[in-house]
Design a protein. Sequence first.
Length: 304
Amino acid sequence: MNYPHRSVLLHEVVQAFEGCSMPVFFDGTLGAGGHAEAILSAHPEIEHYLGCDRDPVAHAIAAKRLSSWEQKVEFIRGSYSEMGRFLDERKMDFVDGFLIDIGVSSMQLDVMERGFSFRGEGPLDMRMDPSSELTAEEIINSYAEKELERIFWEYGEEKQSRRAAAAIVQARKKKAIRTTDQLIEIVKPVLKWGKIHPATLIFQALRIAVNDELGELERGLDQAIARCRPGGRIAVISFHSLEDRIAKHRFKESEWKVAKRSRQQSGCLKILTKKPLEASDEECRDNPRSRSAKLRVVEKVSDQ
């Protein structure tokens, strides 16, 4: 069966957990279940596979894909940043493996009605969880110019953030901005063309703001480090420098040598990837989305 999303760095993710015994695994971004299928196939010792995702569409697709392991897999609707609460509700103290594949999936990008893509007209939505209140439309039409500038600069690293914010504020005085095409037409004249579509970073920034992706990542990593069993592993796939920087620094802070000096650390980590793993040339050709993917892996050495 063909699935709408191709899991990146699949071989590398399986290798990241090689040699580990993992009775309990927490998949923080289940998606279409590609990583889950590979991990479950490689680790028959898994007793509980907790598949977490904010997107109900992902759960429906993954449920079919993982039907062979229906006795082991539990689907959790929510954010991986609430991992601690989910484990407490199930009276589980620790997990043996943790994976998050951050960012937007093909399932979201390819459905124009969800507003994630600039490649077709759709509403300015961008919510990973359709039940959430904040949308990109609300940000674009109600946030102050300075706040829009900050979002575009901090979350998109867009060099023309000031000009883009000013153009949006001027345009919305005349007419509310409702669709992706409207937004593109407004910002395109003030953005520079290059190797990527001029609106790429604006859309990235809005998506991150709508879903609080960086905050989710920081909280999720804290939860994973605290609740990973000694000997267990944590793997993070990021797609842009903001995400990768957070993972790199958070793991570095919890390395053994740092934790040894400070008893306030939630755990001690051994970094297994001094440099992040990237997709092979072959994978990049087959799946262009994998070009920017970076995988970092750590092992829990001990608790406090």
